[in-house]
Ligand binder design. Structure first.
Ligand code: COA
Length: 260
């Protein structure tokens, strides 16, 4: 698959998707949103891909937001459509993938960029990262899930302050807030994400997919997370991975999960 705005490369079970518009600080234009959808869909269906890492090209930015030049002249109707389409194609799509997705936040993660990182299953940042939702400084609000996911991750008061001030926090503040799980140097960012990915890859992909579904259920309206957990737990007993995992434990050997 040929992309113009992103790169996607699978290696040893890990697909790294890189947003590649460094001259525009990797801002999310329409074409990039569509290519991201395609690349995540392909990686999720690819049998070789066990973990996906999402990052931005070059050292300055993960993603500096939605592409402001594209929506500057939008009407009310266009604005609503932009948010709805983006949420469906990319943000909700990533959050609900069965393949684990790690955001490697390598610089500015602003507006749609922070929203993109928050849609990933968890985040690791380099020490130069700056994170924020500056939309109200443009007279708009976060539209790619930011008003919902930021309070889930950092708490309501901190989210209110970040969104109202339109300010940026640095990587260590993001770590203290629980917005990112680890902070490291720029050079170590991808190696650290790959190290975490390799730990994930030792485990049952079927069980991981069930766990993602159960955890996400906690944040869905009208869905009882405990009931989803019971259902997913019960279903685990019918998988080949469960037979392999328990047999390997009893036989004191490393499990070799078939992923079924
Ligand atoms: N949309 C479109 N273009 C963007 C962009 C965005 N969100 N963020 C950066 N760019 C472009 C700039 O217009 C500039 O393009 P140009 O060279 O063709 O003029 C290029 O990326 C480099 O950005 P620049 O502003 O010159 O870099 P800087 O180091 O001076 O500032 C930021 C970096 C991140 C502070 C600044 O780019 C910024 O505030 N970006 C917008 C962030 C934002 O409000 N995002 C939320 C959008 S809803």
């Amino acid at each position: 698959m040929k992309y113009n705005n992103i790169l996607s490369q699978e290696n040893n079970g890990i697909t790294i998707i890189t947003i590649n518009r460094p001259n525009k600080l990797n801002a999310l234009n329409k074409a990039t949103i569509e290519e991201l959808h395609e690349a995540f869909d392909v990686a999720d269906k690819d049998k070789n891909t066990k973990v996906i890492i999402l990052t931005g090209s070059e050292e300055k930015a993960f993603v500096a937001g939605a592409d402001i030049s594209e929506f500057a002249n939008f009407t009310v109707k266009n604005g609503g459509k932009l948010a709805a389409k983006g949420q469906k194609l990319v943000f909700d799509f990533i959050e609900n993938l069965s393949t684990p997705v790690i955001a490697a936040v390598n610089g500015f993660a602003l507006g749609g960029g922070l929203e993109l990182a928050m849609a990933c299953h968890f985040r690791v940042a380099s020490d130069n990262a700056k994170l924020g939702l500056p939309e109200v400084s443009l007279g708009v609000i976060p539209g790619y899930g930011g008003t919902q996911r930021l309070p889930q991750l950092v708490g309501k008061g901190r989210a209110m302050e970040m969104i109202m001030t339109a300010g940026m926090i640095d990587a260590n503040q993001a770590l203290a807030y629980g917005l990112v799980n680890h902070v490291t140097t720029q050079d170590e960012l991808l190696p650290l994400c790959e190290k975490i990915a390799s730990k994930i890859m030792r485990n049952s992909p079927v069980a991981i997919a069930s766990a993602i579904n159960a955890i996400n259920a906690n944040y869905k309206d009208g869905v009882n997370g405990f009931e989803i957990e019971i259902k997913e737990f019960g279903n685990s007993f019918g998988t080949e991975d469960f037979k392999e995992g328990t047999s390997a434990f009893l036989q004191k050997r490393k499990a070799d999960f078939p992923g079924k």
